[in-house]
Design a protein around this ligand. Sequence first.
Ligand SMILES: [Zn+2]
Length: 307
Amino acid sequence: MIINLTRQIKLIRPQGRASFPYSNSLYVDDDSRLVIDAGAGQAFGEIPEAEVDLLFLSHYHFDHTHGTSRFKRAGIMAGIQEAPGYEDVAAYIEYSGFSHWKELMVQPKNQPFIKTAGYPEDVLEKPGFREIKLSGTFQDRDSFTLGSTTVQALHTPGHTHGHYSFWFEKAGILFASDLDLSPGGPWYGEEYSNVEDLVSSVNRLIEIDPLIMLTSHRRVFKQPDDNIKQLLKEYLGVTLGREEAILHSLQEPRTIDDIEELGLVFEPLPRTQHIEFWNKMMIVKHLNRLHRMGLIEKTDTGAYIRR
Ligand SMILES: [Zn+2]
């Protein structure tokens, strides 16, 4: 489904739910045609895919990238921080953080992330590394003029280290990608995910105070019906609440496993090895931050306790 936001700027919503393996895309139909993210599946059939000039990828995650081959003519660009992960399998694996599996998990990694056999046909690839040739990269505040529309790339790390949002200042439209206002809260479970970065990135979006906010996995948020600043604060509040709960639990010494069992982090069902791993990774991010803030310390037995 296409939702016209202005004459040029349109949201492309996947056929079913905009959740993994799908994500919303943005389409700018101007002198140059731009698509942001490639995870909308067959909904791309509603735009002239072959005439798209530019494809921006907000970050390297599968649900944003599996449709790149639809855009035969488009130059593909992504944030400079993550560029190696599109072309180099070693960088891609490094970003995943799976090198910590052994230290965090009792079980070896022996379940697939998701049973890929059941993927719908409009998901053109399978998860895992696939080389995507970039024609260029962008960095924070790079601006692109596509005709009457100008879009600015904003480096908003935290979810991943090369995560970008896109700002259409004239129209007051922000595409915040995986800073997605999901009620479950932000996700930051891989190697270079970072809670401090996440806090600054969400605060940056709050400062922008967009008229319309779009994300990869939810509906259109529009002022004044939606209080976007408040929604962003609540979204960030989920992360800060997790941290508060972890700190509170450390009145007595607890290991990472103990904390994970308290269910304070991210609890989607079904509970898989990967969910447990990412929960632990997110707990580690919080513990590192609390440690840097001088609020907790590590005991001789490898547990953590409040100072
Ligand atoms: Zn993501």
